[in-house]
Design a protein around this ligand. Structure first.
Ligand SMILES: NC(=O)C1=CN([C@@H]2O[C@H](COP(=O)(O)OP(=O)(O)OC[C@H]3O[C@@H](n4cnc5c(N)ncnc54)[C@H](OP(=O)(O)O)[C@@H]3O)[C@@H](O)[C@H]2O)C=CC1
Ligand SMILES: CC(C)(CO)C(=O)C(=O)O
Length: 322
C-alpha cells in the first residue's frame, strides 16, 4: 500500500490462497496509520510467482521464513530473481541468519534487511495495523557484492520510495545484525511464549509471563549476542517488553499457531541456539522453548500432510522434496 499509493511504484502482489477473493474484493484496512477503508487492490495481482512477467527492481519478501517447510524463501522467489538480474531482495522478516541461503544462491544480488515494528495482521484480507509502521532498512553483509556504492544507492532509493513524511518512520540501518539481535529480544521471548499458549500479550502480562518467562529467555539472547560480538543495549529489554503494552495483540507466531500454519521456529529460535552451541553459551530456557515449538511444528506439519508418520517405527518422513 505504502509503495503504490505514496511511492508511486508499480506493485505486483502474489496471493497464494484466496486469489479470486482478493481480485474481487481487494483488501480492507483498519489501520492506525491510514484509517479504515475497503476495496484496496495492488496494480497487479498474481496467484503465483510463476505467473509474473515483469523484470523487477525490488523483490519484497514478507512471507514467513520457513527453511524447514516445503518452500524455503529462495525457492519461492527464484523465478523472479532469475528474470531480474539487477533486482535487490528485501527481507521484511524476523529472525537471524535469514540472508545466508539467498547470498549463496543469488550471488551478486543486493540483499536488504527490513526490521519492522508494526503490530499488523492480515486475516482473510482484513489488514489490522495497530502501530505506525517503523522500519530499519540496511544492507546485509554480503561478500558477493563487488560494487558497494551501487548497493548503497539501491538501498537509498528504496528508502526514498518507502518513506512517507509524517506517516511512517524509515531509518537507515548501518548495523543490520545488531538490529536483528535487538528484534530477537521480542520475538524469541514474546512471540514464542504467547504462541505456545495461544494468548495475546496483555493477557499473558496479567498472568505474569514477562518476569517469569520473558526476562530469563531475554537474558540468554543477550549472552548469545555478546558471544557473537554484538552488545544489545540494556534498555532494549524493557523497551521490547513494553512495546505491546495495553494491546490485545497476538504476535505473528501466535497468529500462525491459531491459524494452524507453520511457525518461524528455526529462524527465531533455532539459529540463535546454533550460535549458542558454537560459542559454548548456556541457553537452557531457549532450548526448552525450541523443543516445545518443534512439537507444535510437527503437529501442524502432520495435519497439513507435510510429513507422514511411519506408525510401525514412530518415524516421521517429509512429504516434500526440499
Ligand atoms: N505481523 C507483524 O506485525 C510482523 C511480522 N514480521 C515478520 O514478517 C514476516 C511476515 O509475517 P506476517 O506478515 O505476520 O505474515 P502473514 O502470515 O500474515 O503473511 C504472509 C503471507 O504470505 C503468504 N504466502 C506464504 N507463502 C507464499 C508463497 N509461496 N507465495 C505467495 N504468498 C505466500 C501467506 O499466504 P497464505 O496465508 O494464503 O498462505 C500470507 O498471506 C515474518 O517473517 C514475520 O516474522 C515482522 C515484524 C512485524
Ligand atoms: C514485534 C512485532 C509484534 C512487530 O510489530 C513482531 O515482530 C511480530 O509480531 O512478530
Amino acid at each position: 500500500y505504502t509503495l503504490q499509493e505514496y511511492g508511486g511504484c508499480d506493485v505486483t502482489l502474489i496471493v497464494k490462497i484466496g486469489f479470486e477473493k482478493a481480485c474481487q474484493n481487494g483488501y480492507s484496512f483498519n489501520s492506525v496509520q491510514f484509517g479504515k477503508f475497503s476495496g484496496w487492490k495492488p496494480r497487479y495481482l498474481r496467484e503465483s510467482v510463476h505467473d509474473t512477467f515483469h523484470e523487477y527492481d525490488y523483490v519484497i519478501v514478507s512471507v514467513k521464513n520457513l527453511p524447514d517447510g516445503p518452500e524455503p524463501v529462495e525457492d519461492i522467489i527464484r523465478p523472479v530473481i532469475e528474470r531480474s538480474p539487477h533486482s535487490a531482495v528485501i527481507l521484511f522478516q524476523n529472525g537471524l541468519d535469514i540472508e545466508k541461503p539467498l547470498i549463496e544462491q543469488f550471488p551478486g544480488h543486493v540483499i536488504l534487511s527490513g526490521v519492522s515494528l508494526i503490530n499488523c495482521t492480515n486475516i482473510d484480507f482484513v489488514v489490522n495495523q495497530m502501530n505506525e509502521d517503523s522500519i530499519q532498512l540496511g544492507l546485509f553483509e554480503n561478500p558477493t557484492i563487488k560494487d558497494l556504492a551501487a548497493a548503497r544507492e539501491q538501498l537509498g532509493q528504496f528508502v526514498r520510495l518507502y518513506s512517507i513524511e509524517g506517516k511512517n518512520t524509515v531509518s537507515l540501518d548501518d548495523n543490520v545484525r545488531l538490529s536483528r539481535w535487538k528484534k530477537l529480544v521480542y520475538n524469541a521471548s514474546i512471540n514464542t511464549t504467547t504462541a505456545l499458549v495461544q494468548m495475546d500479550v496483555t493477557r499473558a502480562t496479567i498472568a505474569g509471563f514477562k518476569e517469569s518467562l520473558c526476562r530469563p529467555i531475554i537474558e540468554e539472547i543477550y549472552a548469545i549476542a555478546k558471544a557473537d560480538g554484538y552488545t544489545i543495549p540494556p534498555e532494549m529489554e524493557d523497551q521490547m517488553l513494553n512495546l505491546s503494552n495495553g494491546l490485545y495483540y497476538k504476535p505473528s507466531m501466535c497468529v500462525d499457531v491459531d491459524l494452524g500454519r507453520m511457525i518461524e521456529v528455526e529462524t527465531i529460535v533455532g539459529n540463535p541456539l546454533k550460535l549458542a552451541k558454537k560459542y559454548g553459551v548456556d541457553a537452557p530456557r531457549l532450548d526448552t522453548i525450541y523443543h516445545l515449538l518443534k512439537m507444535v511444528q510437527l503437529r501442524t506439519m502432520e495435519k497439513e500432510g507435510l510429513i507422514v508418520l511411519d506408525q510401525k517405527n514412530g518415524v516421521a518422513k517429509k512429504n516434500f522434496a526440499a
